[in-house]
Design a protein around this ligand. Structure first.
Ligand SMILES: [Zn+2]
Length: 327
């Protein structure tokens, strides 16, 4: 085990390791970047490297400290997330964290707290956290993990050292999946679908997502101009369940994006749905570009409406009517 086992993010890992070895770690970090690309893995790795018995600026994964951190059982390392059935990280959680950080370190090495997802800290919790950020307890490191800085107070953001993580290269995701036992063909496809997120690639796999999106591709790929009856039937099939409908819309975004990308580039390697190339080829040739743009632009709004519980079937119907509109 060690930093070399982490997929991607070479530059960010180098900067963290240099700070660790040089004793220059900041007291608060903000790790920014898309979901599922390894931000929490890196924060945990940093915690392990700080406490590892080997103490060589890396971590072994097998000493007592490494094992306890990995299993969430180290007294100096705390992961704060959503409590069960809660939608936000609340002030009590932050206050408890502050109390814990105020205790003396058990190991004599810096204490570390990771808040993930920090975007779910509500306003009172963020205000409470500000105090810790302004007067950091001695020998403590706080890592906030967020997909975007938007939901955080500017005062919280400005007191953290931001480190931005980008999507992983497609090849890196594919390689990591192969290392986890995937067949190369499937790994390549999952890597393309996941748009640079190893976490997403593994989730796609576990939820029968491959099968679902093939079905969706079949259903909306088969709609002909003027086929409103077909569009209604398709909407009925797709909008059965709220979570599924939201997943469909997320996928539909990648689908219409693919149709536009292919219309412009004719390059199958740039697609998020490379296995559906035949349908993409046909549809991108016969659908006007401004229609594709309109469809793509409708996805976000449709997802917002589904989240607000507006009639799902009607929302999908409206989208698909737009897709089959003749002329
Ligand atoms: Zn170790």
């Amino acid at each position: 085990m060690g930093f070399s086992n982490i997929v991607g993010h070479t530059r960010q890992l180098e900067s963290l390791r240099a700070a660790l070895v040089g004793g220059r770690l900041h007291h608060a970090y903000l790790f920014l970047g898309p979901e599922g690309i390894g931000k929490q893995t890196i924060a945990m790795a940093l915690a392990q490297a700080i406490h590892c018995a080997a103490g060589n600026g890396d971590f072994c994964g097998s000493c007592d400290a490494c094992v306890r951190i990995q299993s969430g059982n180290h007294p100096d390392v705390r992961l704060v997330g959503l409590l069960e059935k809660k939608k936000e990280i609340v002030i009590d959680q932050v206050r408890q964290l502050e109390r814990e950080l105020a205790y003396r370190s058990f190991s004599g090495k810096p204490k570390m707290a990771i808040i993930d997802p920090a975007t779910l800290l509500n306003a009172p919790a963020q205000n409470a956290l500000l105090k810790t950020l302004e007067e950091p307890p001695e020998q403590s490191i706080l890592v906030l993990i967020a997909s975007s800085g938007g939901p955080l107070l500017p005062t919280v953001r400005s007191r953290c050292l931001s480190l931005t993580f980008g999507p992983l290269p497609r090849d890196a995701v594919a390689e990591a999946l192969i290392a986890r036992g995937k067949a190369p063909d499937e790994a390549t496809l999952l890597a393309a679908l996941s748009i640079g997120s190893l976490g997403a690639a593994m989730m796609i796999e576990s939820e029968g997502w491959l099968e679902k999106r093939r079905n969706w591709g079949e259903i909306i790929g088969a709609l002909e101009p003027g086929d409103y009856r077909g569009a209604m039937a398709a909407a009925e099939t797709i909008a059965g369940d709220r979570v599924e409908t939201l997943k469909f819309l997320e996928w539909a975004g990648s689908w219409y994006r693919d149709l536009m990308v292919y219309a412009v580039t004719r390059d199958a390697d740039k697609l998020a749905n490379p296995d559906l190339i035949e349908r993409i080829e046909t549809l991108s040739a016969k659908t006007p570009f401004d229609r594709l743009l309109w469809l793509f632009s409708q996805i976000g709004e449709a997802a917002g409406q589904v989240q607000r519980n507006v009639n799902r079937r009607m929302i999908i119907e409206k989208l698909l009517f737009g897709a089959v509109k003749a002329g």
